[in-house]
Design a protein around this ligand. Structure first.
Ligand code: B4P
Length: 195
């Protein structure tokens, strides 16, 4: 089973590139951001708990998100691959993901780290706000999300670098050009697995 961690700052295109991977490879997508937004939309207890946290651009607690992720992952049966989008976002989450996958006899195959300059990230998120109306896509909250990304999330790259799983992707071009880089990495991965 292929396990892809798609990683990068807010607006780096994790969701966009995940859709391209799904179209080509048929992998299952687990986006923790989408799972949380669904809870908010349905007005669940969990949704109420996380609404303000997401609205401020803060991270929800590790315990809460690890629990959500584990339940979602354990629901999957016989899938060829999984894309973890927006998880892990802290080193503790990365350690827990390793344990969750180990229990199923599998491991992270690759981390695709999308690198994009800050001005471009802000431009993309403000453009998305006009279409999606996402509560966390406004200038004040975007700035907080970027600070939190730098402080708490960016160090996760080192975890996967040390494990020899890191693949850096230039996330600044067109959607198709970025996907070409990702596709090359995934094709090499399947060649290695086939050997
Ligand atoms: P997410 O939903 O993961 O929010 P995100 O980081 O902004 O990523 P998203 O997928 O939306 O954006 P993308 O990079 O695809 O999380 C939301 C919140 O949930 C977090 O802030 C946090 O509070 C909470 N949360 C989620 N997971 C958590 C965890 N593990 N631990 C704790 N809290 C957690 O950017 C897409 C935008 O860029 C789109 O508008 C797209 O059209 C555009 N775009 C993409 N590629 C482009 C390109 N090449 N050129 C131009 N535009 C492009």
């Amino acid at each position: 089973m292929v396990n892809i961690v798609i990683f990068g700052p807010p607006g780096s295109g994790k969701g966009t590139q995940s859709q391209k991977i799904i179209e080509k490879y048929g992998y299952t997508h687990i986006s923790t951001g989408e799972l949380l937004r669904k809870e908010i939309t349905t007005g669940s207890k969990l949704g109420h708990q996380v609404k303000d946290i997401i609205g401020r651009g803060d991270l929800v607690s590790d315990n809460l998100i690890i629990d959500i992720l584990e339940k979602e992952f354990n629901r999957l049966r016989d899938v060829p691959g999984v894309i973890f989008d927006g998880f892990p976002r802290t080193t503790q989450q990365a350690q827990e993901l390793k344990k969750i996958l180990n229990k199923r006899g599998t491991a992270v195959s690759v981390m695709l780290s999308l690198e994009v300059e800050q001005n471009e990230l802000i431009k993309r998120l403000l453009a998305r706000k006009a279409i999606s109306g996402r509560q966390d896509d406004n200038m004040v909250v975007i700035e907080n999300r970027l600070v939190i990304y730098a402080d708490r999330t960016a160090p996760v790259v080192e975890f996967y670098r040390k494990a020899g799983k890191l693949s850096i992707i230039d996330g600044s071009g067109s959607v198709d050009d970025i996907f070409t880089q990702i596709d090359n990495v995934l094709q090499n991965l399947s060649k290695q697995t086939a050997q």
